[in-house]
Design a protein around this ligand. Structure first.
Ligand code: UFG
Length: 341
């Protein structure tokens, strides 16, 4: 079965391509390389001993280029759509860029899919669509909340668009996968997260402090209503997350329709717990200081993953120590990310 993966050169994309290739899928990647590079995919090919069908260095906001991909892949059966801008702070500063890229890119993609009769889609959504949840754990039937930034709103809007699309034409089969906090790397340490510039997210920040690239972590707030006062999140190993996409693809084949599904572990850890676990597993000391809360952050979010277990037969298998081990393995072998080799 031939799958087109948009944003396949990125962090979650490379790990998903690896799982797809290993499981015998044919894979075509479309990526504008705005926050990724070809090296990650080269390493995926080397690790799996398999080649991508093709790679298109194009931008989904170009409808003609997007159409061409489908023209050249007449046997494509489904699309996994990762491509999108994802930095919360940047989205506040550049809302039009975010809306144009994320919304127009998705609309162009769906129009091409419709024209070429490819109506199976797995979309990278986010737990950000829940806004500030009324309680935890979060189930899929929680109301979609007020997102605090354009990035989050673009995810929520795309979910709406895709639900409308399914309503208008039930031939569309759509999985909206709501990721919690992806961390870790492939156990080989050959592929991993390589953020542009200073990381926004906790784990890459911790690992860059550990490797000496950054001086000190700021812990954003220690006065939240959580056991130790720091923010609690549901960190999920990227390999577990990647495998969730394959389960979603299978589900769409077996039981067509449209559904939203949390991909998380169901377990929340605080920032201080993450630091302590990383120190224990890596043997590195993490310098940190307590800083004011970051605007837009919530106290606590973790998934109820039972829908995924029931409906997709999927469950996260990698615990906190493996997440830290694999993050450190990747970071210590690739201190400059993909640029170091
Ligand atoms: N944190 C720090 N210091 C840092 C970075 C993060 O203390 O330098 C804290 C945050 O305050 C939060 C936790 O670590 O409590 C996790 O922060 P991340 O930035 O790693 O992740 P978020 O949960 O804020 O963000 C994630 C996704 C976003 C998504 C958001 C929605 O990365 O794409 O969830 O809640 F929009």
């Amino acid at each position: 079965m031939h799958i087109i993966v948009t944003g396949g050169a990125g962090y979650i994309g490379t790990h998903t391509c690896l799982e797809l290739l290993t499981s015998g899928y044919d894979v075509t990647v479309v990526d504008n390389l705005s926050n990724s590079c070809r090296e990650g995919l080269r390493r995926v090919e080397k690790l799996t001993g398999k080649s991508l069908c093709s790679f298109y260095h194009i931008d989904l906001i170009d409808p003609l280029a997007t159409d061409k991909v489908f023209q050249h892949c007449p046997d494509a059966a489904a699309v996994i759509h990762f491509a999108g801008l994802k930095a919360v702070g940047e989205s506040v500063a550049q809302p039009l860029r975010y809306y144009q890229n994320n919304l127009t890119g998705t609309i162009n993609l769906c129009q091409s899919m419709q024209r070429y009769g490819v109506k199976n889609l797995v979309f990278s959504s986010s737990c950000t669509v829940y806004g500030t949840p009324a309680s935890v754990p979060i189930t899929e039937d929680f109301p979609l909340g007020v997102c605090t930034n354009p990035y989050g709103r673009s995810k929520a809007m795309i979910e709406d668009i895709l639900r409308d699309l399914h309503q208008s034409d039930p031939e569309w089969n759509i999985a909206l996968l709501r990721y919690f906090n992806p961390v870790g790397a492939h156990e080989s340490g050959v592929i991993g997260e390589d953020p542009n510039g200073v990381p926004n997210n906790l784990m890459p920040y911790i690992s860059q402090v550990a490797v000496g690239k950054l001086q000190q972590l700021s812990v954003f707030g220690n006065d939240y209503p959580t056991p130790d006062g720091t923010g609690v999140r549901d960190y999920i190993h990227v390999v577990d997350l990647a495998k969730g996409h394959l389960c979603a693809l299978e589900k769409l084949q077996q039981q067509p329709g449209a559904f939203a599904c949390n991909l998380g572990t169901g377990q929340g850890y605080s920032v201080l717990e993450m630091i302590a676990a990383f120190e224990r597993v890596s043997g590195q000391k993490i310098n940190y200081t307590i800083a004011p809360r970051r605007q837009g952050d919530i106290a606590c979010a973790y998934a109820d993953p039972s829908f995924a277990a029931r409906e997709l037969g999927w469950k996260a298998e990698r615990g906190l120590d493996v997440m830290c081990r694999d993050t450190w393995n990747w970071q210590s072998k690739n201190p400059q990310g993909y640029a170091s080799r």
